[in-house]
Design a protein around this ligand. Sequence first.
Ligand SMILES: Cc1cc2nc3c(=O)[nH]c(=O)nc-3n(C[C@H](O)[C@H](O)[C@H](O)COP(=O)(O)OP(=O)(O)OC[C@H]3O[C@@H](n4cnc5c(N)ncnc54)[C@H](O)[C@@H]3O)c2cc1C
Length: 478
Amino acid sequence: MGGKDVVDRISVQPTRLPTAISTMSSKTEKIRLVGAGLNGPLLAILLRQRGFSVELYERRPDMRRVHMSAGRSINLALSTRGIYALHQAGLWRRMLSIIISMRGRMMHPVEGELTFQPYGKDETEVINSISRAELNIALLNAAEEQGAKVYFNQRCVGCDLRSGSLRIRKEETGEEITLDPAIVIGCDGSASALRTEMLRLNRFNFSQQYLDYGYKELTIPAGMNGTHLMERHALHIWPRGNYMLIALPNMDGTFACILFLPFEGANSFASLISQESIVSFFETNFPDVVPLMPNLLENYFANPTGSMVTIKCSPWHVEGQILLLGDSAHAIVPFFGQGINCGFEDCSVLVDLLDHHGADWSRIFAGFENERKINADAIADMAIENFIEMRDKVADARFLFRKKVELALEAKYPNVFVPKYAMVTFHRVPYSVALTRGLIQDGILAELCDSVHKIDDLDWSKADELIHRDLTPLELQP
Ligand SMILES: Cc1cc2nc3c(=O)[nH]c(=O)nc-3n(C[C@H](O)[C@H](O)[C@H](O)COP(=O)(O)OP(=O)(O)OC[C@H]3O[C@@H](n4cnc5c(N)ncnc54)[C@H](O)[C@@H]3O)c2cc1C
């Protein structure tokens, strides 16, 4: 089951010309995007397709011409929301050659057999491994093909928030320039310069919460002739209580791995500093990985230790002039695999509002924040919960039994009992609805599963009663 099957499941019309375009104030109006990471170029494409003049300012060099630095080679899990937005931009088909579908989690215990947990109810419900760098390059190429102008090595160092006049520093020369006023959208990630500027506004709310855990990229090289040394259609996971290792497949036969460890304490980045301690830690806790990672020490010392943060702020906009979107507005921890899926959904919602209202930016930006903030807050909270699930619960027999019961309930009550993971990953149910229904469903599962150990012993009449009492049918969009 590959990406093609997913294409067929999600029917988005190729980019249609927006009906409101004729009423837009000015199609030649300039829109400046700060940041050409993942959201910036996708948004640029969607705006160019609607006739706007778009410029992107990116502080880094062009990754297509300069060797990518360590710390940017992680893989992402793309799922329905991200795919929907890529369809909307007419880009999903070109992604098919750079994704590998992952049908479930392959669990690696310290000793014993591997076990496989499917992600979804059947083979259409998969997530897709994609290299961040390849996705970024594909988006940059498409943005330029559509006529967006991308300026590399140009860092936003400030902005007049009332006029939208950006201050830019050219990284190669140190020269600073001030650009003429424009509509500005901050796609500059979790350390957003634009958001920093907005911190000076009266009554701007801001919180950042770091995890006590960090992450480090490692690699499992390809086998002979570029073959994968483990099952390629799976996300591999070594859950070990308060730390874990995961591996996502790449097209070239390698696996991009991420080691998540506490910053401090036993078995932490602070304690694993000598070659001996690292090798011994891997031999004890991830014994099957050791022969697959000949470059373990080299990667461990060369790659930086990243931190993970949840950022919440409001407002996301300054009237109709400035807007924050993606991680700059709502950075989340990576454990639900939703950061970019949520960001791409932001892009989709923004241009839907544009199509609906025309270029009435005050209305669009306010509507955008109104629709997205509640949902970004919800996925931020679910991502933290999922951290505990991934590192701890996925190896627990009771948890696995509940997952089976969830699937059985979904089969019996389709569109009514939909597991939270599926609502978030395989549907476009608003995240806030997934969060609320997830809590209700947890209550139902607790009542049904507490004294039961086999699906056959489930009390189906009680299930019927609880589900009809607590849940209404969901409208599942394609
Ligand atoms: C370890 C890890 C694993 C993840 N896994 C997943 C996953 O499986 N699935 C998923 O959906 N998401 C995942 N994410 C989250 C995802 O990477 C982010 O949500 C996504 O990259 C956000 O996109 P963005 O465009 O908003 O920001 P970014 O991708 O961070 O891009 C911001 C861009 O702005 C540029 N920039 C920054 N400051 C300035 C400035 N002052 N001037 C000009 N340019 C600037 C940066 O150089 C960068 O290119 C993961 C994140 C991490 C850390």
